[in-house]
Design a protein around this ligand. Sequence first.
Ligand SMILES: *Cc1c(COP(=O)(O)O)cnc(C)c1O
Length: 397
Amino acid sequence: MKNATHFDSKVVHAGQQAEPVTGAVMPPIFLSSTYAQESPGVHKGFEYTRSHNPTRYALERCLARIEGSALTEEQDPSFGGFAFASGMAAISTTLDLLDSGDHVIAMDDLYGGTNRLFNKVKRRSSGLDFSFIDLTNLELLESSINDQTKLIWIETPTNPMLKIVDLEGIVRIAKNRGIILACDNTFATPALQNPLEIGFDIVMHSATKYLGGHSDVVSGALVTGNEKLAERIRFIQNSSGPILSPFDSYLVLRGIKTLSLRIRRHCESALHIAKWLESHDAIERVIYPGLPSHPQFDIAQKQMTLDGKPASGGMITCIIKGGLSTSKQFLEKLAIFSLAESLGGVESLVEHPAIMTHASVPPEERQTLGIDDGLVRLSIGIENCNDLIKDLEQALS
Ligand SMILES: *Cc1c(COP(=O)(O)O)cnc(C)c1O
């Protein structure tokens, strides 16, 4: 890495060097599946692309550095960063670190696909035991840990209720007890929050979202600053093979270069729009970590920051008065916001969790979590903020 210390510079340079043969500033997309050897076992460090690929390494090293892994090349060839074919592949790989019979404590309000992977796949195929609890209640965490507990899986802010988990609080209770602490950092991004620096062992991303940032690639990431964990993740990544392709690695690396710029706009517009929505008569409730009405506002102000000042991300959840029929009408009427799953891209998106992203969560659980039929989730893009407000205004009226 060059002397790039501020995050704005890290996203452009971290883990990068000019390509050694040509000096190309951007890493070429190395599509080759295999690499010529001079003599059996004598090669330039690359044998087969599932195991190592220069374009993927460039991305993985960048991921490692922007999430705060300090591992050297001697400790791990890609500094503890790993790129996967999807966010789900990254989560699945994390669960493969465990043994059958192990116990996992996970946040109750999770990305729908994570809930499905845990409950419908890994419980059966890996013999894992899961407890889903509200980790905003740290006493509940303390009393849920048992001798078999080997992983705590956090999302903060959560999807879609935007609950905030106190990362320092989790570390205080669960660190040094032989439990892997993992955080899905997709919503906050390393621009706002660095779980590894707080004491977490693994950070996971759906790089499909803010890291890629342009809604044109599906990808996932894991980062660890722990040498032993890096060795084990590398072994599983190579053994089961859910790697990111060279072309997609290039796209995510390209996206990350503007992460810092994009996040500034996402945060600024989302705060403005959240305040505007909160004052609108057609809205029952707005959930945004940057509003004083948010239940964990104080933790959010401390935990998510940009240049030392509170910044609360680009996601807003709100409940429209009138339930399903009104919220459907609202979603159909929006023009700039596209009605689509996913989030974190340059364009504004809106979705209906109960029907779309969280349909795989059983209805009773949705109700307990508060995923109401009038609840919609907004991903605020980088368009002009006033244009977005005008669009919301016409759809609400
Ligand atoms: C999208 C998402 C995932 C899953 O990632 P994919 O790239 O879609 O596989 C996991 N966690 C969160 C918070 C997400 O938003």
